[in-house]
Design a protein around this ligand. Structure first.
Ligand SMILES: CC(C)(COP(=O)(O)OP(=O)(O)OC[C@H]1O[C@@H](n2cnc3c(N)ncnc32)[C@H](O)[C@@H]1OP(=O)(O)O)[C@@H](O)C(=O)NCCC(=O)NCCS
Length: 417
């Protein structure tokens, strides 16, 4: 622990397997599905794919940012129970807004030190089911007084401490780092094109489990189910990626006058869930997907929240004794294009190693779930190319940054190097 952030190293933690649902646009095919049911879906699937008996899980950790169902308080518990985990196994809710997925991995790795053998980590987010809410009407409605219902989704993107929304925090970074609208659009265009290419080439498919109508039985308790809109049998692909060109992006109006951020160069708003199994590397029967080496989390000024990954990555490198050049791939969440570019500039990071298959601008950012997606895609890249180290990072509304260092357990030094 230091005044400049918190660093944790993990001796023997590994991600055995991980997967996710498709990320689907706001109001799309997953809009009516509770995040609990999306979470159960990925929880069950990751256990099945890893060929792990749910009864072997001895800790459940789950996160969701929006209160997207009336039973939202039960989310971790119900995901555990309906995934087939034993009733005696406790479930913990975890939330660090956009870094919730990383925090789940961090907490699971920490629990291994307390004797946990296998943790089921699930992050599920329904941006579509953000409630239209009011906090002031329990006592009724006074005649003529203002009715205070507001869109939680929109309001939650505003930080009242500095008095700015998340888009403004990126516009602030664009001003501070001298990023032009052209540069920001060029980055966003590359993100769209890389993501679309990854989708077309089938790169994304192995991390995705299709969602279809399904009922989850739990003997002695009420069944839960996923229902899709009439006419949709299954959702198997991310819905937002499109091959864009920079001219189309340049035509979009800035969200705030004088700013650089638009709907095309900010992360899309989507629904989705992801799951990971975390246990001791030494206890893993097969080669795990990734070794979890360390995490770092820091605070930054709320009005520049998007810069958070830069000091988090610096802390991670400093304390783990690695340097930037030793990190083969970076996945930095694309909350906004100006935000990622500012982080890259602050770190003097060579963009050829960054978000090589695109990112949240094209895929979307279901707040809690993005961290697990970033680590998963990073781990898959390391495995696919015999690379050793990767760092995934995200900025966090309110002014934080978190980063996770992973290592490829199958990495082998090439002869002569
Ligand atoms: C930026 C934001 C406000 C835009 O919301 P929106 O206006 O509802 O966005 P839409 O998807 O309706 O897109 C607006 C327009 O841009 C167009 N557009 C969006 N992406 C595009 C792209 N890549 N290429 C071309 N056009 C695009 C849409 O087609 C739409 O056009 P239309 O008005 O003619 O239908 C919203 O996406 C947002 O807040 N994103 C950031 C979320 C965030 O900050 N998360 C937390 C991070 S900390």
């Amino acid at each position: 622990m230091s005044a400049n952030g918190r660093y944790s190293a993990f001796a023997d933690a590994a991600i055995f397997d991980a997967l996710r649902t498709p990320w689907v646009d706001l109001g799309g095919a997953l809009a009516e599905v509770s995040p609990i049911d999306l979470g159960i879906k990925v929880g069950r699937e990751v256990l099945a794919r890893a060929n792990v008996d749910p009864l072997a899980v001895d800790s459940v950790l789950a996160g969701s940012v929006a209160q997207a169902s009336f039973d939202a308080y039960m989310l971790p518990r119900h995901i555990g129970l309906y995934s087939g985990v034993a009733q005696s196994v406790p479930a913990l809710g975890v939330q660090r807004i956009c870094a919730t997925g990383f925090e789940l991995l961090h907490q699971a790795a920490r629990q291994l030190d307390d004797g946990v053998q296998l943790a089921l980590c699930v992050a599920a987010e329904s941006m579509s089911r953000n409630p239209i809410a009011a906090y002031t009407h329990r006592g009724g409605f006074r005649l003529g007084a203002e009715v205070q219902f507001k869109d939680f989704l929109w309001e939650a993107l505003y930080d009242p401490a500095p008095g700015v929304d998340m888009i403004t925090t990126a516009d602030n970074l664009a001003r501070r780092y001298g990023l032009s609208r052209d540069a920001v659009d060029a980055y966003a265009c590359a993100s769209h094109q890389r993501t679309f290419a990854a989708q077309q080439a089938g790169w994304l498919a192995p991390e995705i489990v299709a969602v279809s109508a399904q009922t989850f039985e739990l003997p002695g308790y009420q069944p839960r189910s996923i229902r899709l809109p009439r006419g949709i049998e299954a959702v198997s692909e991310d819905s937002h990626p499109r091959p864009g060109d920079v001219a189309a992006l340049a035509r979009l109006r800035a969200v705030h006058e004088g700013g650089v951020q638009t709907a095309g160069n900010s992360c899309a708003v989507v629904d989705g869930a992801a799951a990971a199994l975390v246990g001791s590397a030494s206890a893993c029967r097969d080669t795990p997907l990734a070794l979890l080496r360390a995490s770092a989390v820091v605070g930054v000024a709320p009005e520049f929240m998007g810069i958070g990954p830069a000091p988090a990555i610096r802390l991670l490198l400093h304390r783990s004794g690695l340097n930037l050049d030793q990190i083969d791939r970076f996945e930095i969440n694309e909350a906004q294009a100006a935000q990622v570019l500012a982080v890259a500039q602050a770190l003097e990071l060579d963009c050829s190693r960054l978000n090589v298959h695109g990112g949240s601008i094209a895929l979307g950012h279901p707040l809690a779930a993005s961290g697990l997606r970033l680590v998963m895609t990073l781990a898959r890249q390391l495995r696919a190319h015999n690379l050793r180290y990767g760092i995934a990072a995200a900025c966090v509304g309110g002014g934080q940054g978190m980063a996770v260092l992973i290592e490829n357990p199958a990495w082998r030094a090439l002869p002569g190097l």
